[in-house]
Ligand binder design. Structure first.
Ligand SMILES: [Zn+2]
Length: 279
């Protein structure tokens, strides 16, 4: 039964759930100056259809670069030393929208809920939104995983991003895979080009516009442990969860700025809510 005032109800104007101008703003001028002083201190190459872990100390910069060919990366972040504080894709989406770029922040889970990282450079920022509603670096997808693959196609595929991240974390933490798996979480889809179809609202992907040399760079607001998987979908133009797509490595580099360039910058404190919940 369509009510008489259906059109009037549909015509109500939306309001932004979380006006981000109310949030503490990152000092982008400071970060821009600091990134002129960078010195590389570490690098890790993530092999195709595999993942690797890396550490980024607070106050350092991390760059994820496409090398050799178009490739999508699935990124997990944890607070170094506390796997319970981890990247909160859903809240980042609620605050910054479906895709992130320079100036957006990557938020951590409750109860700490603070910026873990601030994006400081994105060579794909020119892409914007295409005519399909697609954009780059999404926080809407979860990660390719063998469970969904089993439901949709059957079989046992072991190189989905979920499994790659699980193996990498288990090896890094020297823990069994069963213990590592629950720490793997919804990702930032680095370089992935995605959106929702306008008619059915379904999650779609298309060939990533990334080319070798493109990078996404972020500033670590707290001590970070990262995990990055080079998705078996390659540029995600056709399929994932199989070995049929062309896949390429990804380069992760960690840079130290001149400490003087950070001025009075301080690592953000955990969230100010008491955790009382009215009890
Ligand atoms: Zn994947």
């Amino acid at each position: 039964m369509i009510p008489d005032d259906a059109e009037a109800r549909r015509a109500v104007k939306p309001v932004i759930c979380y006006p981000v101008d109310m949030l503490p703003q990152p000092d982008m001028t400071l970060y821009t100056a600091a990134r002129q002083t960078l010195r590389k201190i570490d690098e890790v190459t993530v092999l195709p259809r595999d993942a690797a872990c890396f550490s980024v100390p607070a106050g350092h910069f991390c760059r994820i670069t496409s090398v050799e060919g178009p490739q999508v990366g699935d990124l997990n972040l944890w607070a170094q030393g506390d796997l319970k504080e981890r990247f909160y894709s859903g809240k980042t989406r609620a605050l910054h929208g479906t895709h992130v770029t320079t100036g957006d922040r990557l938020w951590s889970s409750f109860p700490a809920m603070r910026p873990m990282a601030t994006i400081t450079h994105d060579t794909l920022d020119w892409y914007g939104k295409d005519s399909f509603g697609g954009s780059v670096h999404d926080v809407i997808g979860t990660r390719c995983d063998p469970y969904t693959h089993n439901l949709l196609a059957g079989g046992q595929y072991h190189h989905c991003c979920h499994s790659n991240l699980t193996r990498a974390l288990a090896a890094h933490m020297d823990m069994p895979v069963e213990q590592a798996e629950p720490h793997v979480h919804d990702v930032l889809n680095v370089f992935m080009c995605t959106g929702f179809t306008r008619d059915t609202g379904q999650y779609f992907m298309k060939a990533s516009p990334v080319r070798p040399g493109d990078y996404l760079e972020f500033f670590a607001e707290i001590d970070l442990l990262g995990g990055l998987s080079a998705c078996p979908g390659g540029d995600c133009s056709a399929e994932h969860s199989s070995d049929t797509s062309a896949c390429h490595p990804l380069l992760v580099e960690v840079f130290a700025p001149d400490p003087a360039s950070l001025g009075n910058w301080q690592s953000p404190r955990p969230n100010g809510y008491t955790g009382n919940h009215g009890t």
